[in-house]
Write a protein that binds this ligand. Structure first.
Ligand SMILES: C[S@@+](CC[C@H](N)C(=O)[O-])C[C@H]1O[C@@H](n2cnc3c(N)ncnc32)[C@H](O)[C@@H]1O
Length: 961
């Protein structure tokens, strides 16, 4: 492609010291959402995930890249060109997307590329991205075409990101930019910053977070030498542990067979029958090979024999999916069930545990609390543990690969189990002393109560069977910093909280990870790996993105408030709300690493320091946040910039965050909203989550204002912002395939942002010190001063979002529910269908409950009801559309589609619309609404559109009087 280099629009000499950053003016959030979403959907294919799949809430690298570049790049007086260059750097431009499609080289990608290349602009950006590689997956020259243009616009002279970042840093800060993340978590922000070429400071209060960040820098970001070292260590560790296990003779079964997996269940005595009943929710071991277990009653001992059946019939498979623990439905309490002589006996699990509630409201149960030396239940415990299936493996006699077989548990198996228990028991104290097995108590907490309450487990090692403890201890013995990642994965995938996963495509089955969600859920049956299937966990399949040798990286394990280094850019994703209780669940790993950690990690505090972790949403949370952000502000260059990411949960968070940054001496300069969550997460809850990016600078001076003046200022700012973004939409049209760069929801967000921008400029409003206001205790349900101002700003933004075809004077008269319906119809006509749009607009238009107005609530397939789907509903007093003109119009459309006589339809309409004859504007409104609906529905529901046209004519031609 020939490159037209535009003259540089920035003023020479190139000093960007006080230049606004690009992210303060624009960010292509629609495209970025598509990219972020694609990355999140990649699951284990994500760049850093293999280092620790147990980490929840990774912020997409592509989003982090956008934030960092957006802070470094200047906004010039040519926003269109700024946008073009930014998109090139993000590989979102036309040529890069073409390369990405080519790199994918799938059938779908080739098809998409053919369309893309032919200029048939039928797809939208999201569709192209769906079929293409992520930028970081493309090898070769993805960026070769961009540098001339980039250099031309920015006045740089570079051919790579590290060079660009260094030059931009010098122009802005006088040196290579220093980027910091003091809530670094799994290291997603620090890694991206380092990969781009920034010097990086990362810290977190949690040592597991520090470890993952260290791994991101030094392993995924490490060079060839680091990888060679890791490969050598992996091989030697695996060999050593295998030799030790062979010597103990605990995995060999003769004729070359080795244990690949074992399946355990709890067992308990039925209080009704006195029988010992295995607690197995599903009797299926493998869907692929149709392996199940069958329970054979043994009268004499009142026990069940457990027999393996391979090749079960479809009926037997169906029956086996219902085991001895069932529940009537989601959220219903599970019960144990078994049948003796044709009689079914049911007992609730809570009854088995002996749950009770005392007069003072406290609760408990009759489970014995385990002691430090316990490795398994004692003979008189309510719950016993039983191994009930063994999966064996050996190399195929001919060719490559392995053969596997499930076998019933034999006396030899039980002997091997006992040998393991004895060996671990003999060494327990010594190993705990050395730190090879945890000796740490489980501290009570929101998430950590569960193992204590439901199993009586009181130490972290109780979450592992003796065999799991043995393997983990043998690995721990030889642990190095580099091997800690595989080791943590081993713990994650091989604990008493690891389900046996024999679902379709899983072959014979394998254990699942403990942290399949962000809790510590105890299980009634679970799997355990033989060492042969632990090897793949230790030999992690890690990606490689060497960080430039000149880049400096540092990781420390400190609370954010203890920050000591000066940085230019802070990009942080602080803990908000109770989303993930890192400070509790990660103790699962801390327990194993805290004593004698590898040298590289030995300076870190191997404790989760729960009391210092920022959590919750109350005053304590706000105070913690203010202390942290105040410190970051103090440790930021004068012209430094911050981006804070947080999950958009409810409107109240805006006021919260505004207060926090305010009290920290910061000032908002922009805010953006990016949809980041994956589809499956979207489906779980009714609320869609996206990420809000708040862009901040140090607040300058001590400005005062009054609420009255603020209102004007907010209005002006919001209107200017909306105009700028809609203007950019128009400008970008030719260039960007007729797609909007910003949707209405983004523009609405810009409304919030504009409000915060105005508000946070001031330290004192109406004589009130806003810093004190921020940390003032709140009364539940109270609408604060700031809440009020923000609500005002949002209303102002909405005023600017009148859909075309309805005059503003009429729009102002409509109710929130009417505006919502009409607006959503407009969005649907343009192909939008994500539920979060509906949520945002319902909130904006103050619709109490938008659900009755929707025909589908699917995360990516939401839509409003058609007139026929409304039928006769939503007409009564309880409805938000009650007595509205819109409802009357929809009713008429429904009747017309049922072929009712036009005269009858009209006469119903005159009754349904209040003051039809008295107020002429009502008729005008009906005509406008019918015309509006006809135009919007033309492409999606032609029949209804035609009814709307008929209604329009009927009303227009109606003879009055
Ligand atoms: C939302 S997570 C960050 C996730 C990260 N951006 C990622 O992509 O993985 C928030 C982090 O803040 C840390 N944290 C909580 N309180 C802290 C404090 N007082 N100081 C420093 N870090 C803290 C938690 O340990 C957690 O790792």
């Amino acid at each position: 492609m020939s490159v037209v280099v535009k003259p540089n629009t920035l003023v020479e000499p190139l000093c960007l010291k006080d230049a606004p950053s690009l992210i303060e003016r624009l960010l292509p959030v629609q495209k970025l959402s598509a990219e972020a979403y694609k990355e999140q959907m990649a699951g284990n294919g994500k760049t850093l995930t293999a280092l620790g799949s147990y980490w929840k809430g990774r912020k997409p690298l592509i989003l982090n890249k956008a934030c960092i570049l957006g802070c470094l790049l200047p906004a010039s007086d040519d926003l269109k060109m700024d946008l073009e260059v930014f998109e090139m750097l993000m590989s979102m431009d036309v040529e890069s997307v073409g390369k990405r499609l080519r790199a994918k080289n799938s059938k779908e990608a080739r098809l998409a590329l053919a369309q893309y290349g032919s200029g048939e602009n039928t797809g939208c950006y999201r569709d192209w991205v769906d079929q293409s590689c992520r930028p970081e997956e493309c090898k070769g020259d993805l960026h070769s075409h961009i540098w001339d243009r980039v250099n031309g616009h920015l006045g740089t002279n570079v051919k790579s990101f590290p060079e660009l970042v260094e030059q931009l840093g010098i122009m802005r800060f006088g040196h290579r930019p220093k980027v910091a993340d003091t809530f670094c978590g799994s290291g997603q922000v620090p890694f991206e910053a380092a990969r781009l070429g920034c010097d990086v400071y990362a810290s977190d209060i949690n040592p597991v977070a520090c470890m993952l960040t260290w791994g991101a820098f030094n392993i995924v970001g490490g060079g060839e030498r680091a990888r060679a070292k890791l490969a050598k260590e992996q091989m030697s560790l695996v060999n050593q542990v295998r030799d030790e296990i062979d010597e103990l003779g605990i995995e060999a079964g003769g004729q070359g067979w080795r244990i690949k997996g074992l399946v355990y269940c709890l067992e308990t005595r039925c209080p009704r029958t006195g029988w010992m009943v295995p607690l197995i929710p599903s009797l299926v071991l493998s869907e692929d090979y149709r392996v199940i277990v069958e329970l054979e009653p043994h009268e004499a001992t009142k026990t069940y024999l457990i027999k393996i059946k391979v090749g079960a019939s479809p009926d037997e498979m169906a029956a086996a999916r219902k085991g001895t623990v069932r529940s009537e439905g989601k959220g219903q309490e599970p019960y144990m069930v078994h049948v003796i002589n044709g009689v079914e006996h049911r007992t609730k699990i809570s009854t088995l545990r002996g749950d009770f509630r005392l007069h003072d409201g406290s609760t408990g149960n009759k489970l014995r609390l385990w002691e430090r030396t316990d490795l398994k239940p004692r003979a008189d415990d309510i719950y016993q543990e039983r191994v009930y299936a063994v999966l064996w493996t050996r190399p195929k006699s001919k060719g490559s690969g392995e053969e596997c077989i499930f076998r019933d548990v034999t006396p030899d198996d039980l002997n091997r189990e006992r040998a393991v228990e004895d060996y671990v028991s003999q060494h327990l104290s010594e190993w705990q002393e050395k730190g090879w097995i945890p000796d740490m108590k489980i501290e009570a907490g929101g998430k950590t109560d569960e193992p204590i309450r439901t199993r009586g487990w009181t130490y972290w090692h109780h979450l592992f069977t003796p065999r799991q403890l043995l393997i983990a201890a043998l690995v721990r013995k030889h642990l190095t910093a580099e091997m800690s990642f595989g080791y943590a994965q081993l713990l994650n995938w091989n604990s008493r909280l690891s389900q046996w996963n024999g679902a379709k495509t899983r072959g014979y089955g394998i254990t699942a990870q403990t942290f399949y969600n962000q809790a510590l859920n105890t299980l009634l049956n679970y799997g355990c790996r033989g060492f042969s299937s632990c090897e793949s966990l230790l030999n992690l399949d890690l990606k490689s993105f060497p960080i430039a040798g000149s880049v400096n990286t540092k990781v420390t394990c400190d609370p954010a408030a203890n920050l000591k280094t000066l940085n230019d850019i802070y990009v942080t994703d602080p803990p908000y709300g109770d989303a993930v209780k890192y400070e509790e669940i990660l103790e699962f790993f801390i327990a194993w690493l805290r004593k004698n950690p590898p040298l590289e990690f030995s300076d870190w505090v191997w404790d989760s320091r729960r009391s210092l972790a920022i959590k919750g949403e109350n005053e304590e949370f706000r105070r913690g946040m203010v202390t942290a952000y105040k410190r970051m502000t103090e440790c930021m260059s004068e012209n430094g910039i911050q981006v804070i990411m947080f999950t958009h949960q409810s409107g109240s968070i805006w006021a919260d965050m505004a207060n926090i940054v305010w009290a920290s001496g910061l000032q908002v300069t922009a805010a953006w909203y990016v949809v980041t969550e994956t589809d499956s997460i979207l489906r779980e809850g009714s609320y869609v989550k996206g990420t809000v990016l708040l862009v901040l600078r140090k607040r300058q001076g001590l400005h005062k204002t009054t609420r009255d003046d603020l209102a004007w200022e907010i209005q002006e700012e919001v209107e200017a912002q909306v105009k700028a973004l809609t203007g950019l939409n128009q400008e970008a049209k030719g260039l960007y395939r007729d797609e909007n760069v910003f949707e209405d929801a983004d523009i609405q967000m810009a409304g919030y942002a504009a409000a915060l921008r105005v508000l946070t400029r001031y330290a004192i409003i109406d004589g009130r010190d806003m810093t004190a206001e921020a940390i003032r205790p709140r009364v539940k349900g109270e609408t604060t001063f700031v809440d009020g101002l923000i609500a005002f700003a949002v209303d102002t933004a909405n005023q600017c979002l009148v859909p075309q075809g309805i005059p503003k004077s009429h729009w102002d008269k409509l109710s929130g529910a009417e505006r919502f319906y009409l607006k959503m119809l407009d969005m649907e006509a343009r192909g939008a269908k994500t539920l979060d749009n509906y949520q945002n607009f319902a909130k904006a238009f103050k619709v109490r409950d938008f659900k009755p107005l929707l025909a589908s609530h699917k995360a990516n397939g939401a839509r409003v009801k058609s007139s026929a789907e409304f039928g006769r509903t939503e007409i009564g007093e309880g409805s938000e559309l009650h007595q509205s003109v819109l409802r009357a119009v929809l009713y008429a459309l429904m009747e017309l589609q049922k072929n009712l006589d036009g005269g009858d339809v009209l006469s119903h309409l005159t009754l349904n619309v209040p003051n039809y004859y008295g107020d002429m504007t009502q008729r005008e409104l009906i005509i406008e609404l019918a015309d509006y609906i006809a135009k919007r529905l033309e492409g999606i529901r032609p029949e209804e559109a035609s009814a709307a046209r008929v209604l329009c004519e009927l009303v227009k031609n109606q003879r009055l009087g």
